[in-house]
Design a protein around this ligand. Structure first.
Ligand SMILES: N[C@@H](CC(=O)c1ccccc1NC=O)C(=O)O
Length: 512
């Protein structure tokens, strides 16, 4: 039983054999282009073979996000952003106080500053700016803008940086305000639905702080040990709560996986150091109190992915316990906080440079090595995340991998920063399936040397997962075109896949 709080003391831990773990699958491998850790343009590192992949892939535009040089005319003076910080590490105000945007639970207003919106065409709505192409050309134009003008964040002007760190502006489903409000609504409604249907223990305190509470959703059969999926919500550390974090429970409980929705004190009450400490302590609490845990699988979205990543770098000696974290699914996260210092995001967080640096997962990676061996990390990013978010995922996954972690970078097509996680409530969503497979220690089939994963599911309501082995050359081009044709029977069934080069590039499998 996943026994409730206070009836299950740490000393009750069964002394019989440790919980069985399914035999590990083939290791998840992902090898990115050899980047130079941080700051250097990844574009310069791309092999020549990469270009044709995108050209062929059409909607599979993963390369659209790769940074390229900013034309000198658009650049802020070198070092302008860093020197723009005041002694407290805060940036100057860009424009008058933000208009209230959609309300978050807790009364926070969370929206990018008005007046900085990219342009109406960005979301395919409204009038295009003068001279901009209209119709289908608009989208291509937008991709090209991203591709050609994206540069290092240090070289961006402040408006551009704010845009990069305003995920709602990159959605192609709705305008900025609507997509945030819809996100809050969907997550909250999904959680209420889950609470109505599942056996739960709600508002369990793991500390004295107001926000230090967690909700547990139990699988139907909780007589044996079971994997525990710990969800850490996003909201830029200043929005959302555990009360909107149980939305994935129904889809996972049905697979025998318990779900824990973690709460923490968001800003302005919560300081970044405190939030990181809280999620670490919550994990220690869980494993001390509950003894039927068959591995912990962390999942965080956006700011929550940042917190989950910080958990991975924890030195557990001071917590008196080492949680058995066997997996981490980091979804559209931020792993380097420094760029945020220059944006509206830091208005409520009030981080100094020092705080941002010591809480940046990408700067803590080496500490993570001792637990790396038994933990699979999936870094997921949305096709319609901003190039900066995509860069952060790419660089963090590479940094982890270089430090010996087993990491996959999942680049999910046809989703944005918000529905990439919302859809976790759907059993057939590729990421839900990947989470379930991971939680049960089943092979994920991401065993290629260099893999990008795309789901066509959003478009076609299918459970197929296509794997594209980005090995370069003709095979990749053909593989891309195979994907583009929208095959629904697995790549191997397509005549082109009989071609050895294509076959090599298309060794993907379905997960269902
Ligand atoms: N101001 C942000 C809001 C945002 O990023 C966000 C909103 C709700 C839930 C998660 C979010 N992002 C990361 O934690 C935006 O413009 O998208």
């Amino acid at each position: 039983m996943f026994t409730p709080l206070l009836t299950d003391r740490p000393t009750d831990r069964p002394t019989d054999s440790p919980p069985a773990r399914a035999p590990p699958g083939r290791p998840i491998r992902y090898s990115l282009e050899p980047t130079d850790r941080r700051r250097r343009p990844i574009r310069a590192e791309l092999s020549p073979q990469r270009r044709p992949i995108r050209a062929q892939a059409g909607e599979f535009s993963f390369l659209a996000a790769l940074p390229r040089s900013v034309p000198p005319s658009r650049r802020a003076p070198r070092g302008a952003l860093t020197s723009s910080l005041n002694p407290q590490g805060q940036r100057p105000q860009l424009c008058p106080a933000a208009r209230p945007g959609p309300a978050c639970p807790g009364g926070q207003w969370l929206r990018a500053r008005p007046g900085l919106t990219r342009h109406p065409a960005a979301n395919g709505r409204g009038a295009a700016p003068p001279g901009a192409p209209t119709g289908p050309g608009r989208q291509r134009q937008r991709d090209r803008v991203v591709e050609e003008e994206m540069g290092r964040w240090q070289d961006m002007d402040l408006e551009e940086l704010e845009e990069q760190y305003s995920p709602s502006r990159w959605s192609r489903r709705m305008d900025s305000e609507s997509v945030i409000q819809a996100h809050i609504d969907v997550m909250t409604a999904g959680t209420q639905k889950a609470q109505a249907a599942a056996r739960t223990s709600l508002h369990i305190p793991y500390g004295d702080g107001d926000g230090e509470k967690l909700d547990i959703y139990f699988p139907v059969d909780s007589s044996e040990t079971f994997p525990v999926f710990v969800y850490i919500h996003g909201g830029y550390w200043q929005c959302l709560s555990k009360d909107a974090s149980g939305f994935a429970a129904p889809a996972l409980l049905s697979q025998g996986i318990a779900v824990v929705a973690m709460g923490y004190d968001i800003a302005p009450k919560g300081h970044m150091d405190v939030m990181v400490l809280q999620v670490r302590r919550s994990l220690a609490f869980l494993v001390k109190q509950y003894h039927r845990i068959r591995g912990i699988y962390l999942c965080g979205h956006s700011a929550g992915a940042h917190l989950a990543a910080m958990v991975l770098s924890t030195d557990w000696t001071e917590f008196g316990v080492v949680p058995d974290i066997r997996g981490a699914i980091l979804v559209s996260g931020v792993y380097d906080l420094e760029p945020l210092l220059h944006t509206y995001v830091n208005d409520a967080l009030n981080m100094s440079l020092e705080v941002a640096q010591r809480n940046s997962p990408i700067l803590c990676v080496t500490q993570a090595v001792p637990v790396a061996a038994s933990c699979e990390v999936l870094v997921a990013v949305a096709q319609h995340d901003s190039p900066e978010f995509r860069r952060q995922s790419q660089e963090y996954s590479q940094a982890l991998r270089s430090a010996g972690w087993s990491v996959s970078l999942l680049d999910l097509a046809s989703v944005d920063h918000f529905d990439i996680i919302e859809k976790l409530s759907e059993e057939t969503y590729v990421l839900t399936q990947v989470c379930a497979e991971l939680c049960w220690g089943r092979p994920l089939h991401f065993h290629h040397h260099d893999v990008r994963l795309y789901s066509r599911q959003a478009d076609r309501a299918e459970r197929r997962v296509q794997l594209l082995d980005a090995c370069g050359g003709a095979g990749c081009q053909a593989a891309s075109s195979v994907l583009q044709q929208g095959l629904d029977s697995g790549t191997a069934a397509h005549p082109q896949a009989q071609d050895p080069a294509v076959h090599r590039a298309c060794r993907g499998a379905t997960l269902c």
